[in-house]
Design a protein around this ligand. Structure first.
Ligand code: 0O2
Length: 206
C-alpha cells in the first residue's frame, strides 16, 4: 500500500469517526440535561485512525497480504474511538441508546465487562457501521468503539505498557500476569463500589 492508497483508504474512516464523535457528544449532553441528577456519562473520548504501519502489521499478523482491499475487508478497527465513562451502568446505557438508533448498525458486540478476558481485561467493544454521504452515494463505514470506565482504562493502559518487557524471564512474566490479574479484579471491585455509592446517593436525594 503506497501513501496515496493509504490516504484514500482512511478518508471515509475520518468522516465516519467525526460522525460517531458528534453523536456521542450529543448523547453526553442530552443525557446530562434529561437526568434529574445532572451527571454526564462520558469522562472523555480518545480517537485514532490506524497508521499505515499498524494497518500493515495487523494484516501480516492475520496472515493476510498488506493490501488496500484486505485492509477494507479484514480490519474492523481502522477507525477507533475509546469512550471513557464514569460508571459501568453509563456504558450499558450508552450502548443501549446507540443500538436503538436506526441509522447506525451494530455489527458486532463483545462484552468483556460481563466476561473479562483471562488476563483480566475489561471493556465493551462495538463495531458499528455508520453511513457517510458522498456526492453521489451513501457509504457504510465501520468504526470500533470501545467503552471503558476510568478504572478499566487505567488498568488497560498500564497493562499495555507492561506487556512489552520482553527481556524478563518466563517465571517473572507469569508473576506479572498474575499481579495484573489481581489488579484487574481490584479495579472491578472499585467500579462496583463507586456504582454502589452513586446509587445510594441518588436514592437518598429522591
Ligand atoms: P490498538 O492499538 O489498541 O488498536 P482484532 O485483533 O481487533 O481483529 P478482536 O478479537 O475483535 O480482534 O479484538 P479484541 O480482542 O476484541 O480487541 C482488540 C482491541 O481491544 C485491541 O486493539 C486493544 O485496543 C484492546 N484490547 C483487547 N485485549 C486487550 C488486553 O488484553 N489489554 C489491553 N491493554 N488492550 C486490549 P489492538 O488491535 O491490540 O491495538
Amino acid at each position: 500500500m503506497n501513501e496515496k492508497e493509504y490516504y484514500n483508504l482512511i478518508k471515509p474512516y475520518e468522516d465516519a469517526m467525526q460522525m460517531i464523535l458528534s453523536r456521542l457528544d450529543t448523547l453526553n449532553h442530552t443525557l446530562y440535561e434529561s437526568s434529574a441528577t445532572h451527571l454526564v456519562p462520558i469522562h472523555n473520548i480518545q480517537s485514532r485512525i490506524k497508521s499505515k504501519k499498524s494497518i500493515e502489521d495487523k494484516l501480516i499478523k492475520k496472515e493476510k497480504k498488506p493490501s488496500l482491499t484486505n485492509a477494507k475487508n479484514f480490519l474492523m478497527d481502522i477507525a477507533g474511538a475509546r469512550v471513557i465513562c464514569y460508571f459501568v451502568n453509563d456504558i450499558y446505557n450508552l450502548v443501549e441508546i446507540l443500538k436503538s438508533q436506526t441509522d447506525l448498525i451494530v455489527m458486532k458486540e463483545r462484552d468483556y465487562i460481563a466476561g473479562p478476558k483471562p488476563n483480566g481485561y475489561r471493556s465493551l467493544h462495538l463495531i458499528v457501521e455508520i453511513p457517510i454521504f458522498l456526492a453521489n452515494e451513501k457509504k457504510w463505514v465501520k468504526v470500533e468503539v470501545q467503552f471503558r470506565t476510568i478504572a478499566m482504562n487505567f488498568w488497560a493502559s498500564l497493562e499495555h505498557k507492561l506487556r512489552y518487557k520482553k527481556e524478563l524471564s518466563q517465571e517473572r512474566l507469569a508473576e506479572i500476569d498474575s499481579e495484573l490479574l489481581e489488579c484487574a479484579k481490584l479495579c472491578a471491585t472499585l467500579d462496583q463500589k463507586m456504582q454502589n455509592i452513586k446509587e445510594s446517593k441518588l436514592a437518598q436525594e429522591l
